[in-house]
Design a protein around this ligand. Structure first.
Ligand SMILES: O=P(O)(O)OC[C@H]1O[C@H](O)[C@H](O)[C@@H](O)[C@@H]1O
Length: 254
């Protein structure tokens, strides 16, 4: 199977993490397969991938991840346009199209890697989000914990793998990564014909032992990075027949 790069913005689709049957690869097949350049200008590029294209094989039935002799259960096309704007922001527009009349289950997440000083920088914007902290905390910590994120900025102090689901009045997400010299703002929203879709966000830093265990990651790399990953991951969603969902993300440095 192909491997995702550990940087930039891998697209997790059709699921974040593993499926309950553990058949599909972690974070889905979209980040494992080649995308096609559909068009480009000096400041933008549009890339596409279809679940049924012959080049999309990693994580698919012929890769041993689905039962033998099964065919792709759905036909979905992803189209990603990335634009460097005149103000210097990077704009991402990801269109997810169900090419069939039948429904297709999905989740989708932009697995952004950012430069981040582990010991000093701070994360703002997730106040009042419902947090699932997947990492045991404290000497007696076991399993996950659930809480509402308070008003203080988030700082990193160990392995961090937290899923933030938005309060009801906040379908889009706006996260700020603050260092002493600059602020990086990540905003993300999602919509389909029927209206906005709530955007959650994952914050991830592997810290010492997980960094050492990852063959494609520098042992000390955790000190200079964080992943801020907005996406549609609150439960299992369903694309209706021929439905189009668009996820928009803007990254800006002030
Ligand atoms: O190693 P990967 O498959 O790229 O996943 C890297 C990370 O992605 C997300 O942030 C998940 O919440 C983490 O649990 C996972 O470790």
């Amino acid at each position: 199977m192909s491997k995702s790069i550990r940087g930039g913005v891998p697209i997790c689709f059709p699921q974040f993490g593993r499926t309950s049957d553990k058949v599909s690869p972690q974070h889905g097949w979209a980040r494992l397969n080649p995308w096609t350049v559909a068009s480009e200008t000096p400041t933008s590029v549009t890339l596409t991938i279809s679940s049924v294209s012959p080049s999309c094989t990693s994580g698919r039935p012929d890769d041993g991840h689905w039962p033998a002799n099964s065919t792709c259960p759905f036909a979905v096309t992803l189209s990603l346009t990335v634009t460097l704007t005149s103000t210097g922001s990077l704009d991402y527009s990801l269109k997810i199209t169900n090419d069939l009349d039948t429904t297709a289950p999905y989740q989708c997440l932009l697995h952004n890697y950012f430069q981040f000083d582990f010991s000093k920088d701070q994360i703002e914007g997730l106040e009042n989000y419902s947090c699932i902290d997947t990492q045991p905390r404290g000497s007696e910590g076991t399993g996950m914990s659930y809480f509402t994120q308070g008003p203080d900025p988030i700082t990193l102090d160990g392995e961090v793998d937290r899923i933030f689901h938005p309060p009801q009045d906040k379908p889009s997400v706006l996260v700020k990564l603050k260092s002493s010299s600059k602020t990086c703002t990540i905003s993300c929203s999602a919509k389909s014909g029927s209206g906005s879709i709530p955007v959650s966000a994952v914050v991830w830093n592997p810290y010492i032992s997980k960094a050492k265990g990852m063959g494609d990651f520098d042992d000390e790399g955790y000190k200079n990075m964080v992943c801020i990953e907005p996406g549609i991951i609150d439960g299992q969603r369903v694309l209706l027949g021929k439905e189009e969902v668009v996820i928009e993300q803007v990254i800006e440095i002030e």
